[in-house]
Design a binder for this molecule. Structure first.
Ligand code: ADP
Length: 522
């Protein structure tokens, strides 16, 4: 977990105090001052204080790469004080270098040592710059005035910097408190997929997902599984890898952890972090713990599966006996009608129970499809034939236009379920006097089934929910048209399970077109 801890430290640490950058900047400023003086005609002999000071600065610049300023505050403080000494030395000349150079070490002292840095810079400027230069100039008025001003300027610069750092540190503490309080794991990736930071919650989640440690880079899988909780994720499927490739997503569900008791279900969302020019600068991911929700869904599915299964057997026998009784020639007209009502309703219940079982099995990941060569033409013809009498009974004309043969590889029974559902919906949601048209054709490697009607149509706001479980449009509810809102969601699962697509176009009051595309078999 070492890398993780350091990623977290980076997230929490005050900004890294890199003395090298400071020293480089200071040296560059000093050389600029020197260069300008030479350019404008000033001359310093080799054995002069400014030259000695240049030597000191060069030595300091050479040793800074070996300092570890992030480990200790003493090194950068010492460096800044020596820089002030160099400025003091450079001023011991009839042609002194600029006193403005004290600002840079003063700012640095304010940054690395806060308020103490203000005192240190004032003290160091008095001792190393002001007093020597007053002594050297023999209290010459202009030099003396400057010597008094230098500690004030240094103190003010250090104070401004110290206050700014204090304010930034305070803001950072507030953000940390917020990030650490939320019960959502937050992870920040840099442009190359390295872990740039994370909050406390995410660190806890990482300990579950990566019990053997983590290298601090996106794409390590550890104990991470697909939404089914069984299939281990491949490295390129891991949310962090996908986010590092610039992908954005919401509610990607995964399970993490080896141990059944401790494992957690997570809903992951990712957003790319971009620079002002739009280049990818990394990614931010949020991990929400949805274990309770997933467990509740699992229990619900098991319950539905159990109840549906238990209901199916008695219902089958009710329908069977009702059909047998119908054959009894001694039945009165009334009894025959009542029996038909029993049969109709038991059949409806049987379909509903069947749908519930399908949904539960699909959600539990327990559906498998047969892979036979099947002729869709036959299936579509059967579905239309089966609905013709119902359509006629409700004053709807149903027509069929099919190709000769459209063969696909798939599960005939489940595909028939899809076609039945679309045709029966078209008839069900079309008022008397309307028409339903069913078309089947092979187009560019796909079988395309189109079921269009001139029925009620669907409100644009309802269209996006049409394939949700238990969704029923307001129109269907207000007209009390029977249904449970499961048929289309099951149809979608079946079509997608066959590598196909289902889509809808609809206009309220004018009708709908449901289109299914399935890859044709070879
Ligand atoms: P059900 O028909 O049993 O309610 P479905 O999942 O088959 O369930 O359909 C979901 C909802 O979609 C229906 O309740 C209905 O509001 C709407 N719908 C489906 N097909 C059509 C259609 N052809 N015309 C208008 N609305 C439809």
């Amino acid at each position: 977990m070492d890398t993780l801890s350091s990623a977290r430290e980076r997230w929490l640490s005050t900004s890294m105090t890199d003395a090298r950058i400071f020293q480089l900047g200071f040296t560059a400023l000093y050389l600029l001052d020197l260069g300008l003086r030479f350019a404008f005609g000033a001359r310093w002999p080799w054995l002069s204080w400014p030259m000695a000071s240049l030597l000191l600065i060069a030595v300091l610049a050479a040793v800074t790469p070996f300092l570890r300023p992030d480990r200790s505050v003493h090194a950068p403080v010492g460096l800044a004080v020596l820089d002030l000494a160099a400025v003091g030395m450079a001023r011991l000349d009839p042609d002194p270098s600029s006193g403005l150079l004290i600002v840079m070490p003063a700012l640095w002292l304010g940054r690395v040592a806060g308020r103490r840095g203000v005192l240190i810079s004032v003290g160091a400027v008095v001792l190393l710059v002001s007093i020597p230069s007053m002594l050297y100039s023999g209290l010459e008025p202009v030099e003396t005035a400057r010597a008094v001003l230098y500690p004030v300027v240094a103190g003010a610069a250090a104070l401004v910097m110290a206050e700014s750092m204090e304010w930034i540190a305070h803001q950072r503490r507030v953000s940390e408190a917020i990030f650490d309080t939320v019960d959502v794991g937050l992870l920040l990736l840099d442009a190359r997929g390295g872990y740039a930071g994370m909050n406390r919650r995410h660190q806890e989640l990482m300990e579950v997902g990566f019990p053997d440690g983590h290298a601090g880079r996106a794409g390590q899988v550890g104990e991470a599984y697909d939404a089914d909780g069984r299939t281990r994720l491949a490295p390129e499927q891991s949310p962090s890898h996908r986010a590092s490739q610039g992908e954005e997503f919401d509610d990607l569900r995964i399970w993490i952890g080896r141990d059944a008791e401790a494992r957690r279900a997570l809903s992951v969302s990712a957003r790319a972090v971009r620079t002002e020019s739009g280049a990818c600068a990394g990614a931010a991911l949020s991990y929400t713990d949805i274990t309770d929700l997933m467990r509740a869904l699992q229990v619900k599915n098991e319950f539905i599966a159990l109840v549906s299964h238990e209901l199916r057997t008695p219902l089958t026998s009710i329908v069977g006996y009702a059909q047998l009784l119908e054959d009894d020639p001694g039945l009165s007209g009334t009894a025959r009608k009542q029996l038909a009502a029993i049969e109709r309703n038991a059949e409806r219940l049987r379909r509903l129970v069947g749908d519930l079982l399908d949904v539960a099995q699909h959600d539990a990941g327990a559906v498998g499809f047969d892979r036979d060569r099947i002729d869709l033409v036959e299936i579509v013809r059967d579905a239309v034939d089966a609905r013709t009498s119902v359509a006629e009974g409700s004053g709807v004309v149903i027509s069929l236009a099919v190709a000769e043969r459209v063969v696909i590889v798939g599960d005939g029974q489940r595909i028939a379920q899809v076609v039945d559902n679309l045709v029966s919906n078209a008839v069900k949601y079309t008022l008397s006097g309307g028409a339903v048209q069913v078309r089947l054709a092979a187009e560019g490697g796909h079988a395309v089934l189109e079921v269009s009607d001139t029925g009620l149509g669907i409100d644009p706001g309802d269209v996006e929910h049409l394939f949700d479980r238990f969704f029923r449009s307001r129109e269907a509810e207000s007209r009390a048209i029977a249904g449970a809102g499961l048929g289309l969601s099951i149809a979608k699962d079946i079509v997608e399970g066959h590598g196909g697509r289902i889509e809808v176009e609809s206009e309220p009051g004018r009708g709908s077109v449901f289109r299914v595309r399935l890859p044709v078999g070879t």
